[in-house]
Design a protein around this ligand. Structure first.
Ligand code: ADP
Ligand code: MG
Length: 344
């Protein structure tokens, strides 16, 4: 199904404006991530879609051609997965997955068939009879997903489902989840504060800040063409080059750079992979840190801007801490963005 929100907002009884009027559309079978720092309103937005939170007057939530705004959660047919999986610890995997179907009073044979189907899909057959307490974090996460999908919901809502897992497992499960969600062929919204997770899982990402969706786009669009300093910084860690712009020249502490356009009144951003260490560079700085990361080095450089800037350096060797180096940044890799438009 398709999801459409118009003028959807939430003010909590204590006056907190957790969500400012928001428009959001999600296509059939599309996986959209809500990405933003803690407290920006992601869970509030997800709970409004689920029917767990009543939005402000004037808000409208459409599932296909159904205006579901007045419908309670049990009539919206959404599947949900949370960070705390909220599984029944002493019940078996099979019983957990079948629980919602039993509540719907489906015939026993139908429940069996559906549970077997999702056990297969989520590769949980070997664990079907195990109690939840005898599963790893990753397996529990898959059971939560299987349970959410078993009643064949119209859409799937996931709120930071990987956050409780340790970092290395999160990396693996992120890819597994991306594959599974596409196999389910279901419209899904995936909430996360982790940009890598959003980029890996979503077809489209909605970047949120202070109760607003600042920009929506594919991971590539957001990375290559951020419209605000916040999005540039949050998606791909772009760094601001604070200096003084005069026409198409930007004067920094460590030298001057050519800009792709006039820079007055703009903030200039660059990504670490576009900061190139090389003898012919017009900027001069001092190496503060060198981190070897296997495929590349990450080099921290001072003296170019008031803050240390990072360079991703792919050579076989790297300069040493304390070395004075030259740095080049190609004009076309610089992003000129309006100053601070997104501070609420
Ligand atoms: P996120 O999921 O992005 O971390 P939330 O949607 O949970 O953000 O919260 C958004 C804002 O609303 C925060 O400032 C939070 O403190 C506030 N908030 C959340 N729930 C309530 C509530 N029940 N009452 C008042 N304020 C709330
Ligand atoms: Mg949250």
């Amino acid at each position: 199904m398709t999801l459409r929100l118009t003028h959807t907002a939430k003010t909590y009884p204590d006056g907190t404006k957790a969500l400012l009027p928001t428009e959001l559309s999600v296509g059939k079978g599309e996986i959209v991530s809500l990405l933003g720092p803690s407290g920006c309103g992601k869970t509030t937005l997800l709970r409004i879609i689920a029917g767990l939170e009543t939005p402000d007057a004037g808000s409208e939530i459409w599932f296909d051609n159904d205006n579901v705004t007045p419908l309670p959660v049990e009539r919206r047919q959404v599947g949900m997965v949370f960070q705390s999986y909220a599984l029944f610890p002493n019940m078996s995997v099979r019983a957990n997955i079948g629980y919602g179907l039993k509540m719907q009073q489906l015939p026993k044979s139908e429940i069996e068939a559906r549970v077997t189907e999702v056990l297969d899909m989520c590769q949980l057959q070997p664990f079907a009879a195990r109690a939840i307490t005898a599963l790893s974090g990753g397996q529990r996460q898959r059971v939560a997903l299987a349970r959410a999908i078993a009643p064949r919901p119209r859409m799937l809502l996931l709120d930071e489902p990987l956050s409780a897992l340790d970092a290395s497992l999160r990396g693996t499960l992120r890819e597994e989840l991306a594959v599974l969600l596409r196999e389910f062929d279901i419209t899904a919204i995936f909430v996360t504060h982790d940009q890598d997770e959003a980029m890996a899982i979503a077809d489209r990402v909605a970047v949120m800040c202070h109760g607003r969706v600042l920009q929506t786009g594919t991971p590539e669009e957001l990375y290559r063409n951020p419209k605000s300093p916040f999005v540039a910084g949050f998606v791909g860690n772009a760094m601001s080059l604070r200096g003084k712009a005069d026409g198409t020249t930007l004067y920094l502490d460590g030298g001057a750079l050519t800009l792709p356009a006039r820079g007055e009144g703009q903030t200039v951003f660059v990504r670490a992979e576009d900061v190139c260490i090389g003898d012919d560079g017009p900027l001069r700085g001092k190496v503060e840190t060198v981190t070897f990361l296997g495929t590349h080095y990450k080099i921290g450089i001072s003296g170019i801007t008031p803050d240390t800037i990072a360079s991703i350096h792919a050579g076989q060797s790297a300069p040493k801490v304390g070395d004075m180096i030259n740095v080049a940044i190609k004009p076309e890799t610089l992003m000129l963005l309006p100053q601070e438009v997104d501070v609420a």
